[in-house]
Design a protein around this ligand. Structure first.
Ligand code: ATP
Ligand code: MG
Length: 723
């Protein structure tokens, strides 16, 4: 078979990696150098040249989006079906293993995944049941503690504590939490990985089976693996299999979650004859973008050190836009998007990247107002919305009566006269008897330990769930969902909420029915039932699959979520001290270095055009904050950047005389104000217009307010009125 097409359009180093004999291999290289490309071509090569069967290949990456893309790229270059190949995220792959071997993993068949929100609620309940004061033992902190330990591979029984009372209590919470989850058949995200690791460790024959099956394990974005993930990979490949890892130490951005760049060194130390391939040519970005990114990351010490070059053009310098405030920032970005669109290019080629999800709101508003379609990754996922979680909790409880998290969520939703007293009794009974909430309820009802009224209400709830179970057992999933939403009373409860919110909740419920109707069990989960696969999808899916994914829309996401992706035009927004790097990172060398890597990740997503924006003032938590440009901007070489608005330009127009000639008609029409005019502002009171700058949408006014002083305001947003 002619396989030259797999290596023809690769450079020498890439080709060497793709066509290497079977071996352990590290591909270490900077952003945009073709690592992911090498990985996918390598997989195709192994199948076609080394005759490795598809089922002997396991490819792992970090996000659902990346996994999906990888599957697509491999399908494109392979003539044969790749159905048997395992391609997925770490969490997805661990989940699959646990489903296949739930007995060996000591889980009930109907075990469910809980998200971070449910986890926090569980922890809260445990804290309460142990009579600890939440002031000293905040649920969030304990949740972190538990996840941290799990990421290190440690169960409560492995942890030694000294004399510290606090340490002891924490451990007690961890232990009680473990027990409660085990009883209810619940598995959190960190548990997926820990259990999948233990599954292999504790079952030698199973381990051997998978070691023999997966002859090649390949991992993208390896720099972000944590200890446990590494241990799992290592175990899986320690018996004559090969591990190929691809990564970039400069793009390690999950240190705060326990990711450990040391894993790269560990791999080199522990694996047999690992071969390292370095790639240095960048194919993604223009010269200016690449050079500036290289310079930025040089400010970090402790790098493995590598430099990228490109044979491409320098392109346009990186634009630095200094906005007056956050509104101005969004307006500038949207105006640039319009220009891009008007020149006949696709909006989908543009991305807006921010440090935290909360920053998306203003952009959403502005994009909506300007009728620019957009697509947000992350943020509040569809499956995280209250009404969706409620509906899904019904599904979960029908599926597994012992699911405490689901039980608590819907026991009194809609209201069915089950108050806190009854709930506390159930909790207490569960704790004392070692029961789940469901079992405790049955016990209390049978023993007549509740008031007559509570007994009736609780029995009613139990009967309802059992009835649903019978009524829906033969129905396809979407009809089950529809049935449950209508007959549980959820639908009418949300309908009665009234207002805009109510409408959107009802729409979302309908959307949930459509989502279940169009749900197709993914190729790697064929062995699961429809409802199980769907519940897993609802828990693990990260908002990648919104309906408008294929529309031509601007992409909005955090810099973390943008890892591995590329876009012709990128806007990084909020590049300010106090935002990026954030306040807490500024004084901490380790965290600052991680923020800088994140900045490197963000910048290197851009192919042709990169703009960094910062705002001089922005509203945060209801307060006006003043930020200076991020230090990262000052670390970029002058020759690679271009300031869109120089501060001095602004100052030049700040003190015009009152005698200045009248505005042109055009200006006056747009701004509606003239210099010398008396105006009022809802917050600053009365003042005089003393300067005007910009035109059209970008028009700004300087107003001297009595007792407040002079302020620059965006004309369109200032809510000024003439006196
Ligand atoms: P990141 O670190 O951001 O994940 P990466 O190293 O994985 O980047 P890829 O996404 O594989 O880089 O490649 C970057 C871009 O360069 C892609 O558009 C890819 O198709 C292109 N590319 C890679 N190698 C070559 C090549 N030899 N010739 C032409 N284009 C290439
Ligand atoms: Mg990549």
């Amino acid at each position: 078979m002619d396989v030259s097409y797999l290596i023809d359009d690769l450079n020498d180093h890439q080709r060497a990696a793709v066509s290497a004999p079977e071996q352990n291999m590290l591909v270490l290289a900077g952003a945009g150098s073709g690592k992911t490309r090498v990985l996918t071509h390598r997989i195709a090569w192994l199948m076609q040249v080394e005759n490795i069967p598809t089922y002997s290949i396991l490819a792992v990456t970090f996000t659902n989006k990346a996994a999906k893309e990888m599957r697509g790229r491999i399908t494109d270059i392979c003539p044969q079906q790749i159905g048997g190949m395992w391609i997925g995220t770490f969490h997805g792959t661990a989940h699959r293993l646990l489903r296949l071997h739930y007995q060996e993993a000591n889980l009930p068949e109907q075990f469910q995944i809980i998200d971070s929100d449910d986890q926090k609620k569980m922890v809260k309940r445990i804290i309460k049941s142990l009579n600890l004061d939440e002031k000293y033992y905040p649920a969030k902190e304990l949740q972190w503690y538990i996840n941290d330990k799990k990421d290190e591979g440690l169960r409560a029984k492995h942890i030694q504590v000294g004399y510290s009372q606090q340490e002891k209590q924490r451990l007690q919470v961890y232990q009680a939490y473990e027990e409660a989850c085990q009883l209810a058949g619940l598995v959190d995200f960190a548990e997926l990985l820990l259990r999948a690791h233990e599954l292999l460790l504790n079952n030698p024959s199973l381990l051997l089976h998978y070691q023999q099956r997966f002859r090649h394990v390949l991992v993208d974005e390896f720099q972000d693996t944590n200890k446990l993930q590494y241990a799992w990979l290592n175990l899986l490949t320690e018996n004559n299999s090969y591990l190929t890892i691809v990564g970039d130490d400069d793009q390690s951005i999950y240190g705060w979650r326990g990711a450990d760049v040391e894993n790269i060194q560990r791999f080199l130390r522990e694996k047999d004859n690992p071969v390292t391939v370095c790639l240095e040519q960048n194919y993604r970005s223009t010269g200016h973008i690449l050079n500036a990114s290289n310079q930025l990351i040089k400010n970090n010490s402790d790098r493995l050190g590598k430099e990228l070059w490109t044979s491409g053009e320098d392109g346009q310098p990186i634009a630095i836009y200094s906005a007056f405030n956050d509104y101005d920032e969004t307006r500038y970005v949207t105006s640039q998007l319009k220009l891009w669109q008007n020149s006949g290019k696709k909006l989908a080629e543009c991305a807006i990247l921010y440090r935290s999800n909360a920053q998306s709101r203003l952009f959403e508003e502005q994009l909506m107002a300007q009728q620019i379609p957009y697509h947000i990754y992350g943020g509040q996922r569809f499956f995280d919305r209250l009404e969706i979680k409620d509906s899904i909790a019904y599904l979960r409880l029908i599926n597994n009566h012992q699911d405490d998290a689901a039980f608590e969520r819907i026991i009194n939703k809609p209201k069915r006269k089950i108050g806190n007293t009854t709930l506390d009794k159930i909790r207490l009974c569960a704790r004392e008897q070692g029961y789940t909430m469901w079992q405790a309820s049955l016990f209390l009802i049978e023993q007549k330990q509740l008031s007559a009224g509570a007994n009736i209400s609780l029995s009613g709830f139990i009967e309802l769930i059992k009835r649903f179970e019978n009524e829906t057992s033969e129905l396809p999933l979407f009809q089950t969902v529809d049935h449950v939403i209508r007959h549980s009373g959820l639908h009418s409860m949300f309908e009665n909420e009234k207002g805009e919110k109510s409408r959107s909740r009802i729409e979302n419920l309908q959307e949930l029915v459509s989502a279940t109707k169009s749900f197709v069990i993914p190729p790697e989960e064929q062995e699961m039932s429809e409802v199980t696969a769907f519940l897993a999808y609802a828990a693990l899916e990260s908002g990648d699959n919104q309906a408008d994914e294929f529309d031509d829309a601007v992409q909005l996401m955090t810099m973390h979520a943008a890892k591995g992706l590329e876009f012709p035009q990128v806007f990084m927004v909020g590049v300010e001290e106090g935002m990026f790097p954030g306040q807490q990172s500024a004084d901490d060398e380790v965290r600052l270095a991680e923020e800088r890597r994140l900045c490197y990740v963000g910048m290197t997503r851009a192919m042709q055009k990169l703009t960094l924006c910062h705002a001089e003032s922005r509203r945060l938590y209801g307060q006006e904050k003043f930020h200076s440009p991020s230090r990262f901007i000052s670390e970029l070489p002058e020759q690679d950047i271009e300031y869109i608005r120089l501060k001095t330009q602004v100052r030049r127009v700040q003190q015009p005389t009152v005698k200045q000639p009248a505005f042109t008609r055009e200006n006056q029409d747009i701004s509606g104000f003239r210099i010398g005019q008396q105006v009022t502002h809802p917050k600053f009171g009365e003042g005089t217009v003393i300067a005007q700058e910009g035109s059209g949408e970008n028009s700004r006014l300087q107003v001297n307010f009595m007792g407040v002083g002079s302020k620059w305001l965006m004309t369109a947003y200032a809510r000024l009125e003439t006196v």
